[in-house]
Design a protein around this ligand. Structure first.
Ligand code: NAP
Length: 279
């Protein structure tokens, strides 16, 4: 089977690597010639081009460009595809993309591999990125079961655990566990930059260790991706940020009023609740 990947970056490159290991022939399209050559040299793709016509022979296509160009890229691709090709995307926000692409292509299923890193571009691609990670697929009630099964099977072959929900449910859930954490983590880094005593700031930078590394990781990642999450999932992100602000206000009140019992109750509840999210 020929699998086309458009956008040879962190996610597209990682997919190419794993799919070739699975024995698929991978055809890669990216924006820059340099990236195409690098993908060939690394063995991430069998063929690479900046020209979408390379995907004439594709049986299955993954759209892995930044969110803002997924729909326009697909519109440029349509004329090269044979009518039974299965198409999926890996965008971090689903509702608008799924609605639009489903109306353009009957064999489209939205997808979102819940895997990534703070890196960007092909240099950030890694083998086995999806192993043991959730991979959410978001078909519409009108999507054929055969198409859903094919996307599901491929995601399972990457070693991912596949979940299925509506695009709206996906966007509301990931606002909590993916998009809100990016904004919270970014605010944490920004807050540290408010320290205006140079020596204290220098000490803080020197003393930062595992706790700061963990809590700042997603806020220090790909800025373009963060902006796209906010732009495409604006309403859900604002809802979660509003709730988060209330939580912060309650913590401030507890500490101002030296209400250590209330603070301990909150931290005990979060100590137990974390296990539900991080297995
Ligand atoms: P990325 O590392 O920046 O890779 C995207 C690549 O797409 C770029 O390196 C660029 O390659 C290429 N590209 C850009 N515009 C293009 C165009 N018009 N046509 C063809 N190629 C184009 O981004 P990513 O993190 O892999 O994210 C890609 C998608 O995956 C996004 O939709 C994102 O929402 C989703 N996603 C990301 C993560 C994550 O944590 N990073 C996780 C899950 C899903 P060249 O310019 O080098 O050719």
């Amino acid at each position: 089977m020929n699998i086309g990947i458009i956008g040879l970056g962190l996610i597209g490159g990682s997919l190419g690597w794993d799919l070739r290991v699975q024995g698929f022939r991978v055809l890669g399209v990216s924006r820059r010639e340099e990236t195409c050559q690098q993908a060939l040299a690394l063995g991430i793709v069998d063929r690479a081009s900046m020209d979408l016509s390379l995907l004439r022979d594709a049986d299955f296509v993954f759209l892995c460009t930044p969110l803002s160009v997924i729909v326009s890229t697909f519109k440029s691709l349509i004329s090269y595809l044979s009518p039974d090709v299965i198409v999926t995307d890996v965008g971090s926000v689903k509702t608008s993309i799924v609605r639009e692409l489903s109306s353009l292509w009957p064999h489209f299923v939205g997808g979102h591999p819940m895997a990534g890193s703070e890196y960007q571009g092909l240099d950030g691609a890694q083998r086995d990125l999806f192993v043991g990670r959730p991979y959410v697929i978001t078909p519409l009630p009108t999507t054929s079961e055969t198409t859903v099964t094919k996307v599901r099977d491929l995601a399972q072959r990457l070693g991912a655990t596949v979940y299925q929900c509506s695009p709206e449910e996906h966007d509301r859930a990931v606002a909590w566990i993916s998009h809100l954490p990016v904004m919270v983590s970014a605010s944490l880094i920004s807050a540290c930059l408010q320290e205006n005593h140079p020596e204290i700031r220098r000490f803080a930078e020197l003393f930062a260790s595992s706790g700061f590394r963990d809590t700042s990781r997603v806020g220090g990642g790909n800025p373009e991706l963060g902006v796209m999450m906010a732009r495409f999932n604006r309403e859900e992100l604002l809802r979660t940020l509003g709730d988060y602000r209330q939580q912060l206000d309650q913590l401030i009140t507890d500490i101002e009023q030296e209400n250590w019992l209330s603070l301990e109750e909150k931290l005990t509840a979060t100590h137990h609740a974390r296990k539900k999210f991080v297995k």
